[in-house]
Design a protein around this ligand. Structure first.
Ligand code: G1P
Length: 290
């Protein structure tokens, strides 16, 4: 059973500045919802009940988004806008939310370690807020990974093949294929130069982790970029336990840079019946030949 998730949201989003100067990156809108909503929704649809956000001092608006707002509630009640009241109530109650702080940006591995006390001794999901995973069959990527965890009782990371040109932007795994979408991981390396990459299977932002990772992260020295890397922690975990890689076959959207975020917003809006006709009508007027 995986009932808890960690979502690190402490970073500035320097690749989307100046938009993220005062608006936390997780709140950048994708259609009519903040990016982070879709990540939380994937976790909840996969059975997660408790979400631990790892935040920083400029991320209070993320807490506010998932908390009740009595003043707004009164305004919507006065306008008799029950549809929006219902939507907001759903967001505020879709999971139990906890918030822990990462005081200094010491890396993704360090951010995960900050959630240790909130999570306790259970296996947990880790979802990175930049990555939105679209499953054409409606079964969330994380749900599929939890299915693997339930069978194997070992950590599971999501991967996708990437072109050679992108290999150095990701954690890359080496391993043996043991099923159509399943590999057993033998090694991992964080953002290797292409010449040193053991494959083109890139880690995308979903993990199911056994709690032993916390002890390991507490002793993991800074790695690439001078940061404590989850990938390095997972390499150490490999010496103790097997790790599996679930190859995601759906569509991944990276909202971490401006073109990626704009693309994601258009793609998600086009899937919404209330927005698609108007947006399509505009897109059809564009001369995209240039
Ligand atoms: C992180 C991980 C990396 C992974 C990537 C997926 O990197 O460290 O292993 O491939 O997320 O999005 P970041 O993009 O935060 O630098």
């Amino acid at each position: 059973m995986v009932r808890q998730a960690v979502i690190p949201v402490a970073g500035w989003g320097t690749r989307v500045l100046p938009a993220t100067k005062s608006l936390p990156k997780p709140l950048l809108p994708v259609a009519d919802l903040p990016t982070i909503y879709y990540v939380v929704e994937e976790a909840v649809q996969s059975g997660v009940e408790h979400i631990v956000f790892v935040t920083s001092r400029h991320m209070r608006a993320v807490e506010d988004f998932f908390d009740e707002n009595p003043e707004l509630t009164r305004t919507l009640e006065a306008k008799k806008n029950t549809a929006m009241l219902d939507r907001l109530h759903h967001i505020e109650t879709m999971a139990h939310f906890s918030f822990v702080r990462q005081a200094q940006p010491l890396g993704l591995g360090h951010a995960v370690l900050m959630a240790r006390e909130a999570i306790g001794h259970d296996a947990f999901a880790l979802l990175l807020g930049d990555d939105l995973m679209w499953s054409p069959d409606g079964v969330p990527c994380l749900q599929r990974m939890i299915d693997v965890y339930n069978q194997r009782h070992a950590s599971v990371i999501a991967t996708m093949p990437v072109p050679d040109a992108d290999v150095s932007r990701y954690g890359i795994i080496a391993g043996e294929r043991i099923g159509p979408q399943l590999m057993q991981v033998r090694d991992m390396v964080e953002k290797p130069p292409l010449a040193e990459a053991p494959s083109n299977q890139a880690v995308v932002g979903r993990y199911v982790l056994t709690p032993e990772i916390f002890d390991i992260l507490a002793h993991t020295p800074p790695g690439r970029g001078g940061e404590i890397q989850i990938t390095d922690g997972l390499c150490s975990l490999l010496a103790q336990q097997p790790i599996f890689a679930y190859e995601f076959a759906g569509q991944r959207y990276d909202t971490g840079d401006t073109v990626g975020w704009l693309t994601t917003s258009i793609a998600y809006a086009l899937r919404r019946p209330e927005f698609a006709p108007g947006l399509k009508a505009y897109l059809r007027t564009l001369d995209l030949a240039e």
